[in-house]
Design a protein. Structure first.
Length: 94
C-alpha cells in the first residue's frame, strides 16, 4: 500500500510518512504477483501485456530504492534538507 500511495501521490508528499522497507517489500511482492499473472495470461495477450507493463514500471521504480532508503530515513533533519537544497541549487545554476 505504501508503494501505491507514493505512486498515486506523484511522490510530492512528505517522505517521512513513507516506510522505505515497506515499499521495498511491496515492490517485491507486486513484482512476483505480476510475474505469475503474466504466466497465467500467457494465452491472452491483452491482460498479459498489462501485467508485463506494470511489472516493468515496478522494476524501473526499484532502481530508485537506494535513494528512497536515504530520503525516507527518519534521521534526516531540516539541516540535512537545507544542505541538499543548497547543493542542488548550485548544480542547477552552474
Amino acid at each position: 500500500m505504501q508503494l501505491l500511495m507514493m505512486m498515486m501521490c506523484g511522490a510530492t508528499g512528505p517522505f517521512q510518512q513513507l516506510s522505505a522497507e515497506a515499499i521495498e517489500q511491496e515492490c517485491g511482492e507486486m513484482s512476483r504477483a505480476l510475474y505469475k499473472l503474466s504466466k497465467a495470461f500467457s494465452d491472452q495477450p491483452a491482460p498479459r501485456n498489462v501485467a508485463d507493463r506494470v511489472r516493468r514500471q515496478i522494476e524501473k521504480f526499484k532502481a530508485n530504492q537506494a535513494l528512497l532508503n536515504v530520503i525516507c530515513n527518519p534521521g534526516i533533519r531540516d539541516r540535512h534538507w537545507k544542505k541538499v537544497a543548497d547543493v542542488l541549487f548550485t548544480l542547477w545554476n552552474v
